[in-house]
Design a protein around this ligand. Structure first.
Ligand code: XIL
Length: 288
């Protein structure tokens, strides 16, 4: 859910209120949104979304705490300028995870805690997190979040890990290791940003099953299927088939029990802003 649109467009709000039993903030819970200046929290939009969800009997999925993107400038610029010591950065990051988790304690039952920590090749992404929190940062982040809200289900979330490939292998290995070490991670989020120019991810159902066999819950967290414009009936048919396959595979594996669309309409979707010349990725068109 886009918080600005929710506040200003009644038709959008009406669909959001009635067509879904769970909502997720597109941006409102990200670090740059909740702590725009160091130590000054702005929960406004995020709290409005939580209130909206409660009013409509909806769950709220939390997104996201630890990501290399959409961090506040005071932090990224501060680090670049050498304003913070290593220990300070670590304390700032821990504080962030604890504050955010605590703020929504009891209101958010599922959290995409760590987002996009791997490269497509399966190597670790060299983010600030990796650099300043050290090799065990993912395990530590889950421990901090769990301590802050022991009831919340904590997820590792990434894109391009729907099928079997080097990246999903790496995520699988990590989660297996974390589970074996009793790190409190309970689920894996597959973003599922698909495109009709690409074949449907290879080995999707098998992949879901191997994560399920680790005892993990599986969520599809950011589903959309973009099309290289202009539309043709062949491309729309491929889109239908991708949507169908992503849903069918999830329904076939009991551990896969949560589906979130990354925007429900083509008027407000992050397409085409992020993928030049692509769009029409969601179930509702630009006229809702
Ligand atoms: C995107 C939002 O949709 C945009 O509005 C924002 O400008 C950038 O981020 N993976 C994620 C999401 O986990 O948080 C991203 O959301 C899309 C990719």
């Amino acid at each position: 859910i886009n918080a600005e649109v929710l506040a200003s467009d009644q038709r959008y709000a009406a669909i959001a209120a009635t067509e879904f039993n769970s909502v997720t903030a597109e941006n409102a819970m990200k670090w740059e949104s909740v702590e725009p200046a160091q130590g000054e929290y702005d929960w406004g939009q995020a709290d409005e979304l939580v209130e909206f969800a409660m009013k409509n009997d909806q769950a709220v999925r939390g997104h996201t705490q630890v990501w290399h993107s959409q961090m506040p400038t005071w932090l990224t610029a501060g680090i670049k300028d050498g304003d913070f010591s290593r220990a300070e950065v670590r304390a700032i990051m821990k504080n962030h995870v604890v504050q955010v988790t605590k703020h929504f304690k009891g209101k958010i039952r599922q959290w995409d805690v760590v987002n996009e920590a791997f490269n497509d090749s399966g190597t670790e992404r060299h983010s600030l997190w990796r650099e300043y929190l050290g090799k065990d940062y993912i395990a530590n982040v889950f421990r901090w979040a769990h301590e802050a809200d022991p009831e919340a289900k904590l997820f590792y979330n990434d894109f391009g890990i729907e099928g079997i490939n080097p990246k999903s292998d790496a995520v699988y290995d990590l989660l297996k290791k974390l589970r074996a070490g009793e790190v409190p991670v309970e689920g894996v989020g597959l973003q599922a940003h698909l495109g009709t120019q690409h074949p449907f991810p290879d080995g999707y159902e098998e992949n879901l099953k191997r994560f399920a066999d680790l005892g993990l819950e599986i969520s599809l967290t950011e589903v959309d299927v973009r099309i290289e414009l202009p539309l043709t009936s062949a491309k729309v048919a491929t889109q239908t088939s991708h949507y169908k396959a992503i849903l069918k595979g999830c329904l076939a594996v009991p551990a896969c029990n949560y589906i979130t669309l990354w925007g429900f309409d083509d008027r407000n979707s992050w397409m085409p802003g992020w993928f030049d010349g692509e769009g029409s990725a969601t179930p509702f068109d630009a006229k809702y």
